[in-house]
Design a protein around this ligand. Structure first.
Ligand code: NAD
Ligand code: MG
Length: 350
């Protein structure tokens, strides 16, 4: 039996995780939490809002599936890593914001960190069993989102409803907007840096509109291994919860004879500046990634509330990154302050 604590149980990832847990008698849901929606009866221990680490203390899970959205997921990420409890991580924002602190906690705890983000799950699978010296670079694919192919001028007046219409993935509102701006790929670039220990110049982002290839690893002998599958988060969720086994899921296998379109192209960095802003924040290190994430969270919420135009999201993030000093966080207090400082800078739109 594996005891699972599911945080963010009412969200897009959370609901799909419930389906996976229900299908596996060996997975036992011991705790479930949400930010504001009712979770009564989902698990023996439940909590709505507040500090989730108390719930985790009481639940004593074998696996924490962190599917909270945003910086709010950080305490749970650190709780699991510090204790060596397996962390199935969908909440990429916590790893982006706290990268160095999170990895230090993982070294002390000695537990597994299994990515649930589809691209990182794919890369984890392609990298497994290969020596770090044999790896040349990794490739994270991006669908390009609903505005792929548009110019900046064509993005001036786009509405939240248009940004929320993702071509290949059905997800929560925050990550869907992040996919439209390519901030999501920026977060994933930083996430990949911390998960796989590669410098940024060995992590490539390519646009692949059908989202069938989730990630590729290039090796020094000229070979590349890719991970393919229909875009369905139940696959990476199931992989993380049943690792190292591979359990059956209801997801159909690829229909190759029916025709598959595998096209790749470079991202349009001029139209979608958040990808380059994330790369620069990641390369500068310290609390720049934390500031990038905080500013993006505030700006996305402002866009969804109609207080900021679509292109204003990148402007807001750029402004914040120019204003902060990015000094490394020595501890969680420093990090929480860096997050708060970035948010304060955007108070006029928040
Ligand atoms: P969502 O908005 O659908 O769900 C978010 C969940 O977090 C909800 O259950 C909500 O109640 C909970 N939550 C929010 N604030 C909270 C708080 N302060 N305390 C406790 N719970 C809180 O989001 P989602 O699409 O499921 O995404 C969740 C995470 O997974 C995000 O970090 C996202 O980037 C990542 N992710 C999602 C997908 C996807 O397909 N949806 C894919 C890859 C990664
Ligand atoms: Mg992803």
């Amino acid at each position: 039996m594996r005891r699972i604590a599911l945080l963010g149980a009412t969200g897009s990832i959370g609901r799909q995780a419930l389906e996976i847990v229900e299908a596996h008698p060996e997975l036992e849901l011991v705790a479930a939490a949400s930010g504001s929606q009712d979770v009564t009866g989902l698990a023996p221990l439940t909590q709505v809002g507040g500090d989730l680490t108390g719930l985790l203390d009481r639940a004593e899970p074998d696996i924490v599936l962190n599917a909270v959205v945003g910086f709010a997921g950080l305490p749970a990420t650190l709780w699991a890593l510090e204790r060596g409890v397996t962390l199935a991580l969908a909440n990429k924002e916590s790893l982006v914001a706290a990268g160095d602190l999170a990895l230090a906690a993982q070294r002390r705890g000695g537990g597994a960190l299994l990515p649930v983000d589809s691209e990182h799950s794919a890369l984890h699978q392609c990298l497994e069993g290969h020596s770090p010296e044999s790896v040349e670079s990794i490739v994270v694919t991006a669908s390009g989102g609903p505005f792929r192919g548009r110019t900046r001028a064509e993005l001036e007046d786009v509405t939240p409803a248009e940004a929320l219409a993702h071509p290949t993935w059905a997800m929560g509102p925050k990550i869907t907007v992040d996919s439209a701006t390519l901030a999501n790929k920026g977060l994933e670039l930083i996430e990949a840096h911390f998960l796989f220990g590669l410098p940024y110049d060995r992590i490539e982002v390519v646009v692949h509109p059908t989202s069938v290839v989730h990630g590729l690893v290039r090796f020094r002998d000229g070979a590349a291994l890719a991970h393919l599958g229909y875009p369905d988060m139940r696959v990476p969720i199931s992989y993380a919860l049943t690792y190292p086994d591979r359990s059956a899921t209801p997801v159909p296998s690829l229909d190759l004879a029916g025709g598959l379109t595998l096209e790749f192209s470079a991202p349009d960095l001029e139209t979608f500046p958040l990808l380059s802003l994330a790369r620069r924040a990641g390369e500068r290190g310290g609390t720049y990634p934390c500031a990038f994430n905080a500013a993006n969270e505030v700006a996305v919420a402002a866009f969804l509330a109609g207080r900021l135009p679509f292109l204003g999201i990148a402007d807001a993030v750029e402004e914040v990154l120019a204003a902060v000093d990015g000094a490394p966080a020595r501890d969680l207090d420093d990090l929480v302050e860096a997050d708060a400082q970035a948010r304060r800078l955007l108070e006029p739109v928040a």
